[in-house]
Design a protein around this ligand. Sequence first.
Ligand code: PEP
Ligand code: MG
Length: 880
Amino acid sequence: MANVYFFGEGKADGRADMKDVLGGKGAGLAEMTNLGIPVPPGFTISAKLCIQYITTQRFPDDLRNEVKAAMARVEKATGKKFGGSENPLLVSVRSGAKLSMPGMMDTILNLGLNDQTAEVLARLSKNPRFAYDSYRRLVQMYGDVVYGIEGPGGRDVFDDALSEVKKQRGAKRDIDLSADDLKQLVATFKAIVRKQLGHPFPDDPWEQLWGAIEAVFKSWQTKRAMDYRRVNRIPDDMGTAVNVMTMVYGNMGDDSATGVAFSRNPSTGEPGLFGEFLTNAQGEDVVAGIRDPEPIAQMKKEMPPAYASLERAAATLEKHFRDMQDVEFTIERGKFYMLQTRTGKRTAQAALRTSVDMVKEGLIDKKEAVRRVQPDQINQMLHPMIDPKAKLDLLTTGLPASPGAAVGQVVFEADDAVARAAKGEHVILVRRETSADDFHGMVASQAILTARGGMTSHAAVVARGMGKCCVAGAKELEVDEGTQTFHVNGRTVKAGEWITLDGSTGRVILGKARLVEPELGGEFATLMGWADELRKLRVRTNGDTPVDAKRARAFGAEGIGLCRTEHMFFEGDRIQAMREMIVARDQDGRRRALAKLEPMQREDFVGIFREMEGLPVTIRLLDPPLHEFLPHETEDMAELARTLKISADDVRHIVESLTEANPMLGHRGCRLGITYPEITEMQSHAIFAAACQVAAEGNVVHPEVMVPLVGHVEELKHQVKLVHQVAEEVFKERGRRVEYLVGTMIELPRAALVADEIASVAQFFSFGTNDLTQTTFGLSRDDAGRFLPFYVEHGILPDDPFQTLDVGGVGKLVEMAVQLGRKASPSLKIGICGEHGGDPRSIAFCHKTGLNYVSCSPFRVPVARLAAAHVAIGEKDRDI
Ligand code: PEP
Ligand code: MG
């Protein structure tokens, strides 16, 4: 099998569908060649060799010959010679995995330069400054990437030497240094290499090339690359390809330029080229945010023919790939080259707009449009924005790099962000500019603010990919990591102070601004409508209040799958009545407290039934781990003592006697309703009274009463009987009947094992996968956070099982319960209301297992609708 694939002239050896071998970049270069788009000639070394090389430190025997042959083709295509003294060929060596990992792996430019070829280049280009600048960049990059040279404390010794020369010459910018200064810098850099390594910098271009190829393969295993793969679920055994490509220079004068562009706006999805460029500059100046680029529209004015080439190439590529493209280009002395094309990363808003637009343009069908918007991605759109009416203390404005708004405390270091986020704090990472080393801090932060860099800088690209709010290139910001402060317009903000970012407008605001909910219409509604046509699973919400119900309906919920009645008692005077009930010493005391709670509960049910307008509403009987309600503070105990007219000591005694070692496995769920039937009676009364009241108003109501934490069918029978009794009493009292169901949660392994018995009594099942995960793993929901992250980080578990359903274990119980339940009762309605009901991968499992619905928090409802559509599409149409 071939290991090396030529591109750049005529017909390439590779194609777009060979990403496994060529990586994304290599496949794009091959396909562009095949489409007749100008690409600098080069070749790709197969990604299949990467892992092999890392494990054996060896290449296949014939690789050297293959590379030689490919280089000969490049030489022929360019008329230049690698290492040649007349017209030297210079190349770049870049990584490129199948899935894009921006900035995570290494690149080396200007390979092939040595003292002789630099001299020739200076002569041919008539620009010695450019030649020696390229040369010093080579030694610097090579020293860093291939040799890993660092000064004490990780200092960049090359950068220090560069600053030193600039200081000596009184030069502000790199560009202010002369050719001689740069030539001297090359010598200094080479001396650094020799001193640190004990051998000289290689003059032989072939030696340079092999060192670079090896370094790029090895960069697959750097910590930052491994971290990135873990977060983005990229398999470790994929490997990166290596792309060796003829250097073209955007810094050859004012008729040269370099830039990046999207075929449509990646923030909003608006049609038309969007991007940035810099005249007389090299690509890495743009990506690293060292110089601030100009908007692409300016290029139309300054370089009309090159702009036309870019526009044409972008249009060809978009049509060919039927998707928005993200391209890098260089213009060398007026000649246009495309250096890269890939599917553009976009915000949720842009994903929606481009998908819906492309259906209208006939490029893709509705199914493809739905498939292109990732469920987790639309989460971004549902997030709050800054209240337009809020009074704001505006510090400055940067670029609106990734939309949404976020509030957090300022941190300056990625490690601090991680440490403080682990304590549950909300932080915003503020950096001069970010690099791949900041990635873990960006993951941990609510949002990212940078002082430098454009819309395509590292911070902007990575934040958009994560769906995280980001303001980039806030130029007025002076970040001083040393003193842990930033200065802006004469003001100083310290670490720990609160700021608010608006990633949609670029505003940086001092303090905590009020955030408001977004409005969802237009493309969102269109695309979600298409998703609804495709999905089979129904989507309900977990909601405990009329406000939740209203919000969830706006998000498209088709019912309430879980109303946790104990949540209704957390607030205000309700908690006091609830505590009274819990600590009551006898039934009379409990009944007195319950009588206070009943009207409040009934009112809440009325509100929810009204909001849901005839959609099913599953109300779960009381299921609190009691400790959540017990008073622990002296003040609360004293207040309870006053209400109960007993001594504070008595209260303390009662509280102590109720304290459980394992409250999550304690006196909760149906165990409460069985030992204290008056609780179930009160709740059933409230449910049916509310249902009759709302029915009397002319509305349809569909209450579904759900019994929690059932392990034995007798427990369920006991509660079902009670619920029916109360229902009949209320119907008699009110002179009307309403349709209702009584079902159960399946959240204990025993319930799953005897699901057929349970189904003979229950009218529906709802999987409580939070408790089912806890009890299947024997992991406490309250305490598992202490070690689960370690498990996930070290690969003991692939995911946190409380976030993504453990298909292999917990999932087996779910499948078994579905089979047994439906055997006993073929039309049994089955749903899920644990946290997994809003997790796309768990939703795919629910679809495959034949559940009727998933239920999740209101904000996850659109995510679930889309995830349900995705799994339905995947099943019908596996080839897309
Ligand atoms: C569950 O256990 O999955 C569930 C939904 O109930 P809770 O989280 O209230 O225990
Ligand atoms: Mg539960």
